[in-house]
Design a protein around this ligand. Structure first.
Ligand SMILES: [Mg+2]
Length: 156
């Protein structure tokens, strides 16, 4: 299951191969422009989807392509964090929880929760209509742990 920590490790390993010359490493300025570029690509897909929703003339795009561009945004955000020395996973948890606190909502991220379980939780929320996604993610995480325990020890 994907975690921000796993993405972080994969990004570091791939970048070492991609830019092997230690005297010519991507700067934070390069990473920032890269992130802005990918964000722009995602926004351009959204523009085309909105155009189609309104029935206006012009080129079209797909949700699959939007997913690809949003993936680029997440990957590049992590590359920015690596270059700046920021712990992105801790920053995401802190910022999500601070925003909930600021606007008076009860939703909090558990730093031990993995990203895959959180995404599954959001899908579960959609299926269950009004269920809290963080609660659903916690339930998904607990279920995954029980399944792993069952598969590795023979009991759940
Ligand atoms: Mg892209």
């Amino acid at each position: 299951m994907l975690t921000l920590a796993a993405l972080h490790e994969a990004n570091i390993a791939r970048q070492a191969a991609w830019c092997p010359d230690e005297t010519k490493q991507p700067s934070l300025s390069f990473r920032g422009n890269e992130l802005a570029g990918e964000t722009g690509e995602a926004c351009n897909v959204i523009k085309k989807l909105e155009r189609e929703r309104h029935g206006w003339a012009g080129s079209r795009d797909t949700l699959e392509h939007l997913g690809e561009e949003l993936a680029d945004v997440v990957i590049c955000a992590d590359l920015c964090a690596i270059t700046a020395g920021v712990d992105l996973q801790a920053a995401v948890v802190a910022k999500f929880n601070a925003t909930s606190e600021k606007v008076g909502l009860p939703h909090r991220l558990d730093p031990s929760l993995n990203l895959g379980a959180l995404i599954f939780g959001f899908h579960m929320r959609d299926m269950l209509s009004d269920s809290d996604p963080v609660v659903a993610a916690g339930a998904a995480n607990a279920l995954a742990e029980r399944i792993v325990a069952f598969l590795t020890k023979g009991s759940a």
